[in-house]
Unconditional design. Structure first.
Length: 245
C-alpha cells in the first residue's frame, strides 16, 4: 500500500490534507482514485489508514479510516557521521541507512576526503540527499523521515556527538572481535548512538584519537577492509539486529 508523509498541522480531526508535489504524485503518477486507500505518517510516530475523499487543484483531501502507532522505529536513535565519499556513493549510503533505521545522517569533512564542496554545492547536495531519505522512508514504511544535516567539519561533528550515550568508530587498525562484540552487546535499547565512518582513504590516526578523547570506542568489523559505503551499512545492520524489539 502507498505511504506518504505529512506534518502534524496537516492532520485535521477526521481528514488529512496532502499538499505540494505529493498531490501530483497521487493524482497523475499513481493515478489513485476517490475511495482508494493509503497510509499516511505524521512524522511523530502516528500512522493513519486513509482513503482519498476528493481532489482540488493543488490539494488532496484524505479521510482518516483508522489510527495506529507506528512500530517501525528503533528504540535507539542512531546518528551516522559519514566522511564525504566520492561520486554518488552518498546517495546509496543515505538510502540504505534510512532503510536500516537511522535517525540522522551527518555528512562530515575529514582529512582524507577527496570531495571538496563549497557552500552552494553542499546545500544542493544536502537537498538531494534529503529527497532520497524521504523516498527511502516511504518505501520502507518508516514512521519519520530521517534528517540529513548540513555538511560539518570534523571538529563540529565531534562536538555534535559529544552528548550521545555511545560513540562507535569502526577502524581498520582496531583489533579484537570479542571486544567489539562486548561493546555492541552492552548497548541498551533507548541509548543514543553515534557511528563515525571514514571516507575512501579511511581515518587519519589523530582523527581516531580525537574521537576516543570524547569517549568513542574503537571497534573492528572483521579482518577484511570494507569500502566506506559498506562499513556504515555493516555496523548499522549489526545495531539494527541487536536493538530490534
Amino acid at each position: 500500500m502507498q505511504h506518504f508523509f505529512v506534518t502534524t498541522d496537516q492532520v485535521k480531526e477526521e481528514y488529512i490534507s496532502i499538499l505540494g508535489s505529493d498531490v501530483n504524485h497521487l493524482r497523475n503518477v499513481l493515478r489513485m482514485k476517490i475511495g482508494e486507500q493509503l497510509y499516511v505518517s505524521d512524522g511523530d510516530n502516528q500512522k493513519y489508514l486513509c482513503e482519498i475523499d476528493s481532489y482540488r487543484q493543488d490539494e488532496a483531501i484524505l479521510r482518516i479510516c483508522a489510527e495506529e502507532k507506528n512500530d517501525t522505529e528503533l528504540q535507539s536513535k542512531i546518528y551516522l557521521f559519514q566522511g564525504l565519499p566520492k561520486s554518488d556513493k552518498m546517495e546509496l549510503i543515505v538510502q540504505k541507512a534510512v532503510e536500516l533505521g537511522i535517525f540522522q545522517v551527518i555528512p562530515v569533512v575529514m582529512k582524507r576526503c577527496v570531495v571538496k564542496l563549497d557552500e552552494k554545492k553542499a546545500a544542493k547536495k544536502v537537498c538531494r540527499w534529503q529527497e532520497i531519505a524521504r523516498g527511502a522512508a516511504k518505501q520502507s514504511g518508516r514512521g519519520m523521515i530521517p534528517e540529513i544535516t548540513n555538511v560539518m567539519s570534523y571538529q563540529d561533528a565531534l562536538s555534535y556527538a559529544g552528548g550521545l550515550d555511545v560513540i562507535l568508530v569502526p577502524y581498520e587498525l582496531a583489533e579484537g572481535m570479542e571486544k567489539t562484540k562486548q561493546v555492541i552487546g552492552s548497548i541498551a535499547p533507548g541509548q543514543s548512538i553515534g557511528v563515525f565512518i571514514g571516507p575512501e582513504g579511511g581515518f587519519e590516526k589523530d582523527e581516531v584519537e580525537r574521537a576516543v578523547e570524547i569517549g568513542a570506542r574503537e571497534i573492528t568489523l572483521g579482518k577484511r577492509i570494507l569500502r566506506t559505503e559498506t562499513a556504515g551499512l555493516t555496523i548499522l545492520s549489526i545495531l539494527m539486529y541487536h536493538l530490534e524489539q
